[in-house]
Design a protein around this ligand. Structure first.
Ligand code: NZQ
Ligand code: ZN
Length: 388
């Protein structure tokens, strides 16, 4: 077991009717607030009006940046940073899903950089400063509300890059499950797939670590399997949305990592799909994950699959480990494609093999993805082909 550092410095207001604290939290950082949001869901739901009222009541000055796209573009980051520099913004308020939150984090970082924000994603300049970011989350999926990461797309180069910079960690996040009642069935399902995959990326790891953390991860995965179907059937079921909300945060805020070597597999592959085809992240993961499992299940990895199958899906522990492994993959497919209703192949979502080689090369950065089972370009192409 390796040593590790635990440090999750985001203050969370969880539950209904907590927005009364928004003004006092913003005020800690200054008077000029840049409110960022997406294509209008917060206006339709009425959340926008509530937020603006809180900002005005607190005597703050409001600036806005909207139309942040799903799979947020670097152009939005540059536009936001320009406003911050010109107006002397003190604090950023991101209201939306992961795309708005991620974009806002990089706006905060790019404000301290005199060039194209894409340089930050290319690692040309370190992020040592970031404007304070406060979030109001409206979609359960990415965990961006409680992590220091963010993923940005560049349509010109067809790249999508995700990095982690501690200064971008949100200072405060407001997590009110009722703000997610209006999320569509498709986004609810995709979000469940995303958060499940965040846990699987850590869980499927041959490093020995804390038994306690494996139990926590199994509990989080069981929570998603139990509550995602309820949220789909009853969008305004508070208990379901609340359980999923807190799970989305804890799936990726660093707590479950312990001292494990970080060995993510499906995310690097999926980001290449989103970069070229602009698909929804959780959908891409749903198609990839079971094929990646089929590709990696062998005598050297079967013990982890056995643990997953028996503890998460309740498969009979008396069965042969390899049979448990195979059955666990079948049950995962059943959950993703039948229960959540997500499409199950690339072909169904209009992806063919024409870009497999270039996407695979980028996913492993021309070398080997040092994952649960190391994957080279050919391995990744093989997995892509299994998804057709
Ligand atoms: O733009 P608006 O109008 O707000 O509509 C959004 C968008 O169309 C809509 N939506 C959000 N909240 C809603 C709502 N519709 C109705 N009611 C609400 N309450 O949902 C659509 C998708 O929103 P988006 O923010 O794109 O979804 P998500 O939260 O899944 O974020 C996906 C992005 O996050 C990145 C992904 O790669 C992708 O770019 N990720 C970020 C991570 C992180 N920061 O740690 C980790 C993840 O693995 C992921 O890569
Ligand atoms: Zn993800």
């Amino acid at each position: 077991m390796n040593n590790f550092i635990y440090d999750i410095p985001t203050k969370v207001y969880f539950g209904e009717n907590q927005l009364g604290h928004l003004g006092e939290e913003l005020n800690k950082y200054g008077k000029k607030v840049l409110l960022t949001y997406g294509g209008g869901s917060i206006k339709k739901s009425g959340l926008y009006d509530k937020i603006v009222a809180e900002i005005k009541n607190a005597g703050l000055e409001l600036f806005e940046l909207n139309e942040i796209d799903p799979n947020p573009r670097v152009s939005s980051v540059n536009a936001g940073a320009d406003i911050c520099k010109k107006e002397g913004i003190d604090v950023l308020l991101a209201v939306g899903g992961g795309s708005v939150l991620d974009c806002t984090k990089y706006i905060g970082a790019a404000t301290y950089y005199d060039g194209d924000a894409w340089d930050i994603l290319l690692g040309k300049t370190p992020v040592e400063n970031c404007l304070p970011v406060i979030t109001v989350l409206t979609l359960l999926a990415t965990g961006s509300e409680m992590d220091a990461g963010g993923v940005i797309s560049n349509p010109e180069t067809k790249d999508k890059i995700g990095l982690i910079f501690p200064p971008m960690q949100p200072k405060v996040s407001f997590l009110d499950p009722t703000n997610t009642y209006t999320v569509s069935k498709f986004q609810t399902a995709s979000g469940a797939s995303d958060m499940l995959n965040h846990i699987m990326e850590v869980y499927f790891n041959m490093d020995q670590d804390l038994y306690m953390l494996d139990c926590v991860m199994e509990g989080l995965m069981k929570t998603i399997i139990k509550y995602a179907p309820i949220a789909l059937a009853e969008p305004d079921n508070y208990e379901a949305r609340a359980n999923l909300m807190w799970t989305s945060s804890w799936a990726i805020n660093g707590y479950i990592n312990g001292g494990k070597r970080q060995a993510w597999s499906c995310h690097p592959m999926e980001h290449e799909l989103s970069a070229i085809y602009d698909i929804t992240h959780g959908l891409g993961l749903a198609i990839l994950a079971p094929r990646w499992m089929e590709y990696t299940l062998d005598e050297t990895t079967v013990s982890k699959f056995y643990q997953f199958g028996t503890n998460v899906f309740g498969i009979d522990a008396g069965m042969e480990p390899m049979e448990v492994g195979k059955k666990s993959i079948e049950l995962l497919k059943e959950f993703l494609f039948n229960t959540l209703g997500l499409k199950s192949t690339f072909t169904e979502i209009g992806i063919d093999e024409s870009n497999f080689a270039v996407m695979a090369k980028k996913a492993c950065m021309g070398s080997v993805l040092p994952a649960f089972k190391p994957l080279n370009q050919q391995d990744i192409e093989n997995i892509f082909r299994m998804c057709l």
